[in-house]
Design a protein. Structure first.
Length: 152
Protein backbone atom coordinates (compact mmCIF):
# COMPACT_ATOMS: atom_id res chain seq x y z
CA UNK A 1 0.00 0.00 0.00
CA UNK A 2 1.26 3.47 -0.86
CA UNK A 3 0.24 5.40 2.23
CA UNK A 4 0.52 8.89 0.73
CA UNK A 5 -3.13 8.52 -0.24
CA UNK A 6 -4.46 7.95 3.29
CA UNK A 7 -3.85 10.81 5.71
CA UNK A 8 -5.07 12.12 9.05
CA UNK A 9 -4.82 15.29 11.08
CA UNK A 10 -5.92 16.17 14.59
CA UNK A 11 -7.37 19.12 16.45
CA UNK A 12 -5.79 19.08 19.89
CA UNK A 13 -6.90 21.75 22.35
CA UNK A 14 -4.76 22.39 25.43
CA UNK A 15 -6.05 24.94 27.92
CA UNK A 16 -8.16 26.65 25.24
CA UNK A 17 -5.33 26.79 22.70
CA UNK A 18 -4.81 24.65 19.62
CA UNK A 19 -1.71 22.63 18.87
CA UNK A 20 -0.14 23.60 15.54
CA UNK A 21 3.20 22.84 13.90
CA UNK A 22 5.43 24.78 11.48
CA UNK A 23 6.11 22.40 8.58
CA UNK A 24 9.60 21.97 7.11
CA UNK A 25 8.99 20.48 3.65
CA UNK A 26 6.72 20.28 0.62
CA UNK A 27 4.06 22.81 -0.29
CA UNK A 28 3.53 23.69 3.38
CA UNK A 29 7.23 24.42 4.06
CA UNK A 30 7.45 27.28 6.58
CA UNK A 31 3.71 27.41 7.17
CA UNK A 32 1.73 26.37 10.24
CA UNK A 33 -0.85 23.61 10.17
CA UNK A 34 -2.82 21.13 12.22
CA UNK A 35 -0.51 18.17 12.99
CA UNK A 36 -1.00 14.95 11.07
CA UNK A 37 0.46 12.55 8.58
CA UNK A 38 0.15 9.25 6.78
CA UNK A 39 -1.71 6.14 7.85
CA UNK A 40 0.62 3.14 7.90
CA UNK A 41 -0.39 -0.14 6.31
CA UNK A 42 -2.79 -2.05 8.57
CA UNK A 43 -3.24 0.94 10.90
CA UNK A 44 -6.61 2.44 11.84
CA UNK A 45 -6.82 6.18 11.12
CA UNK A 46 -7.49 6.95 14.82
CA UNK A 47 -4.27 5.17 15.84
CA UNK A 48 -2.37 6.91 13.04
CA UNK A 49 -3.30 10.39 14.30
CA UNK A 50 -2.43 9.47 17.88
CA UNK A 51 0.98 8.25 16.68
CA UNK A 52 1.57 11.24 14.39
CA UNK A 53 0.72 13.83 17.08
CA UNK A 54 3.08 12.10 19.52
CA UNK A 55 5.91 11.81 16.97
CA UNK A 56 5.60 15.40 15.77
CA UNK A 57 4.92 17.23 19.04
CA UNK A 58 5.63 14.97 22.04
CA UNK A 59 1.97 15.33 23.04
CA UNK A 60 -0.13 12.31 23.96
CA UNK A 61 -3.68 12.72 22.70
CA UNK A 62 -6.55 10.33 22.07
CA UNK A 63 -8.80 10.49 19.01
CA UNK A 64 -12.34 11.29 20.17
CA UNK A 65 -14.45 11.94 17.09
CA UNK A 66 -14.32 12.57 13.35
CA UNK A 67 -14.65 16.30 12.75
CA UNK A 68 -14.39 16.37 8.96
CA UNK A 69 -13.17 14.41 5.97
CA UNK A 70 -11.42 15.81 2.92
CA UNK A 71 -11.68 13.90 -0.35
CA UNK A 72 -9.72 14.22 -3.57
CA UNK A 73 -9.89 11.66 -6.39
CA UNK A 74 -6.46 10.40 -5.38
CA UNK A 75 -6.47 10.96 -1.59
CA UNK A 76 -8.54 11.30 1.56
CA UNK A 77 -7.81 12.95 4.92
CA UNK A 78 -9.76 12.33 8.13
CA UNK A 79 -9.71 15.18 10.65
CA UNK A 80 -10.15 14.08 14.27
CA UNK A 81 -10.90 16.03 17.41
CA UNK A 82 -8.59 14.77 20.12
CA UNK A 83 -8.44 14.68 23.89
CA UNK A 84 -5.18 15.98 25.36
CA UNK A 85 -3.70 13.32 27.66
CA UNK A 86 -0.30 14.80 28.52
CA UNK A 87 3.17 15.75 27.40
CA UNK A 88 4.98 19.03 26.86
CA UNK A 89 4.59 20.32 23.29
CA UNK A 90 7.94 20.41 21.46
CA UNK A 91 9.16 20.26 17.87
CA UNK A 92 10.42 17.00 16.45
CA UNK A 93 13.15 19.06 14.72
CA UNK A 94 12.56 17.14 11.50
CA UNK A 95 9.05 17.40 10.04
CA UNK A 96 8.45 20.65 11.87
CA UNK A 97 10.63 23.44 13.19
CA UNK A 98 8.22 24.79 15.78
CA UNK A 99 5.19 23.77 17.81
CA UNK A 100 2.69 26.51 18.61
CA UNK A 101 -0.17 26.76 21.09
CA UNK A 102 -2.53 29.52 19.97
CA UNK A 103 -6.28 29.95 19.88
CA UNK A 104 -8.15 28.91 16.77
CA UNK A 105 -9.31 32.52 16.44
CA UNK A 106 -5.69 33.74 16.36
CA UNK A 107 -4.58 30.97 14.02
CA UNK A 108 -7.13 31.66 11.27
CA UNK A 109 -6.05 35.31 11.06
CA UNK A 110 -2.40 34.44 10.38
CA UNK A 111 -0.88 34.72 6.92
CA UNK A 112 1.38 31.72 7.52
CA UNK A 113 -1.36 29.10 8.09
CA UNK A 114 -2.22 26.61 5.35
CA UNK A 115 -5.57 27.07 3.65
CA UNK A 116 -6.83 23.63 4.73
CA UNK A 117 -5.90 24.24 8.37
CA UNK A 118 -7.62 27.64 8.22
CA UNK A 119 -10.82 26.01 6.89
CA UNK A 120 -10.68 23.27 9.54
CA UNK A 121 -10.21 25.77 12.38
CA UNK A 122 -12.88 28.15 11.06
CA UNK A 123 -15.36 25.25 11.12
CA UNK A 124 -14.11 24.32 14.60
CA UNK A 125 -14.73 27.88 15.82
CA UNK A 126 -18.23 27.83 14.33
CA UNK A 127 -19.25 24.49 15.86
CA UNK A 128 -16.84 22.33 17.89
CA UNK A 129 -19.57 19.81 18.57
CA UNK A 130 -20.32 19.08 14.89
CA UNK A 131 -18.65 15.66 15.06
CA UNK A 132 -19.23 12.00 14.33
CA UNK A 133 -18.63 10.25 17.63
CA UNK A 134 -17.07 6.80 17.85
CA UNK A 135 -19.54 3.97 18.36
CA UNK A 136 -18.81 1.11 20.73
CA UNK A 137 -20.19 -1.34 18.15
CA UNK A 138 -17.78 -4.04 16.94
CA UNK A 139 -19.08 -6.83 14.67
CA UNK A 140 -18.55 -10.41 15.80
CA UNK A 141 -16.37 -10.96 12.74
CA UNK A 142 -13.81 -8.38 13.88
CA UNK A 143 -11.76 -7.28 16.87
CA UNK A 144 -12.03 -3.93 18.66
CA UNK A 145 -8.46 -2.99 17.68
CA UNK A 146 -9.21 -3.68 13.97
CA UNK A 147 -12.61 -2.01 13.59
CA UNK A 148 -14.13 1.42 14.18
CA UNK A 149 -17.34 3.11 13.09
CA UNK A 150 -18.22 6.74 13.70
CA UNK A 151 -21.54 8.54 13.62
CA UNK A 152 -23.89 5.64 14.41
Amino acid sequence: MNNKYFTVCGIVEIDGKNLLVRHTYGTADGRILVPGGYVEEGELPSKAIEREVMEETGVRAKAKAVFSVQFKPEQWCVVFTMEYIGGEPKSDGYENSEVLLITAEEAVKRDDITNMSREILMAYIADKMNVLGKSSYVPKSSAADKYEIYGV
